[in-house]
Design a binder for this molecule. Structure first.
Ligand SMILES: CCCCCCC/C=C/C(=O)SCCNC(=O)CCNC(=O)[C@H](O)C(C)(C)COP(=O)(O)OP(=O)(O)OC[C@H]1O[C@@H](n2cnc3c(N)ncnc32)[C@H](O)[C@@H]1OP(=O)(O)O
Ligand SMILES: NC(=O)C1=CN([C@@H]2O[C@H](COP(=O)(O)OP(=O)(O)OC[C@H]3O[C@@H](n4cnc5c(N)ncnc54)[C@H](OP(=O)(O)O)[C@@H]3O)[C@@H](O)[C@H]2O)C=CC1
Length: 268
């Protein structure tokens, strides 16, 4: 449950969140609204309508655009439309992703392309479109959602890890390119989070779930709301004003690597 933020840190601001109809994207969108910001969320209409209702409960405006992030022209037109309507874009959250577990030697070129197109290319299209408006205004924050296997790797994730690694490189590059022009670019890296998409795609069995949990020192999954609170910090133009080109891991220590903590005696 996300409650109204006493900071009201996004009052009169505008955010675009891709993949805002479920999981982490929905929680970030709602948390932005809880801070007083207006939010535009994208892709399938039905789940987005529910997100829009949750946003409007905070007395701010919500808009839904049904747009696939792989379609650069459609995404650019949607983002230009947001800027024209609201006169500003303060935050762009590139959260949309596709994922599944597949051994690299079995992954088809089509499977590789599906994930790289959504994660790496979609993030660039969204960043470029929103970035242009932010650069013109001389302010803005871009937040890209990655995963720690971007640097430590994980079996079965070659497509996603390569794409997220590319997003990390893009983040650092644009932070250096746009830092002097008022636009901050950062990543957030959630640990295993119970969401509609992740559970079914990544830990479908109890055994998979236990293995994933064993890679998290904190010994628990996180929640979309917990991730969204950290996202709000990075998007806040006051508290995070001097943070750019960085990654905030919200993963119970999973980024530390492949240490398996499933033996409880090792925890004592
Ligand atoms: C394991 C470690 C866990 C710890 C960390 C967790 C990190 C979590 C990261 C996340 O990203 S969670 C987010 C998960 N959410 C989603 O994935 C939701 C969205 N998903 C999708 O849209 C699909 O899964 C998609 C496949 C990525 C894209 O859908 P689309 O409809 O565009 O594609 P298709 O036409 O169905 O397939 C395209 C292509 O991909 C091949 N493919 C699809 N699924 C699989 C699979 N399970 N295994 C192997 N290959 C698959 C499919 O065959 C097509 O290839 P070609 O036939 O064209 O060669
Ligand atoms: N859950 C986890 O454990 C972790 C997640 N992450 C990252 O967090 C982010 C959110 O994941 P999560 O909430 O778990 O996953 P979900 O599957 O719940 O959400 C993914 C969202 O992406 C949208 N999406 C997928 N493909 C496209 C596309 N082509 N165009 C536009 N939107 C699209 C989906 O929209 P639609 O519903 O319309 O298909 C959906 O809203 C992702 O970037 C993921 O990689 C990172 C680490 C861990």
């Amino acid at each position: 449950m996300i409650e109204k933020s006493p900071l009201a840190e996004f009052t009169d601001q505008v955010a675009v969140v891709t993949g805002g109809g479920s999981g982490i994207g929905r929680a970030i969108a709602v948390r932005y609204a809880a801070g007083g910001g207006n939010v535009v969320v994208g892709r399938r209409a039905e789940p987005l309508e529910e997100t829009a209702r949750m946003i409007e409960d905070f007395g701010v405006s919500a808009a839904v655009v049904t747009c696939d992030v792989r379609d650069a022209d459609a995404l650019t037109a949607a983002i230009d439309g947001v800027a024209a309507e609201h006169g500003r874009i303060d935050a762009m959250v590139n959260n949309a992703a596709g994922n599944f577990v597949c051994p690299a030697e079995n992954l088809s070129p089509g499977g590789w392309r599906a994930v790289v197109d959504i994660v790496l290319n979609g993030t660039f299209y969204g960043t470029r479109a929103a970035g242009r408006h932010m650069l013109e205004a001389g302010r803005g924050a871009i937040l890209n959602v990655i995963a720690s296997y971007a640097w430590h790797g994980h079996p079965g994730t070659v497509h996603s890890a390569a794409a997220k690694g590319g997003v990390l490189a893009m983040t650092r590059t644009l932070a250096s390119e746009w830092g002097g022009r008022g636009v901050r670019v950062n990543c957030i890296s959630p640990g295993p989070t119970e969401t509609e998409g992740a559970g079914a795609a990544l830990w479908p069995t109890e055994e998979d779930r236990r293995r994933v949990l064993g890679s998290v020192p904190a010994n628990r999954f996180t929640t979309p709301e917990e991730v969204a609170e950290s996202a709000a910090f990075l998007l806040d133009p006051r508290r995070a004003a001097y943070i750019t080109g960085d990654v905030l891991s919200v993963d119970g220590g999973q980024w530390l690597g492949k240490v398996i903590y499933s033996d409880s005696s090792a925890r004592a």
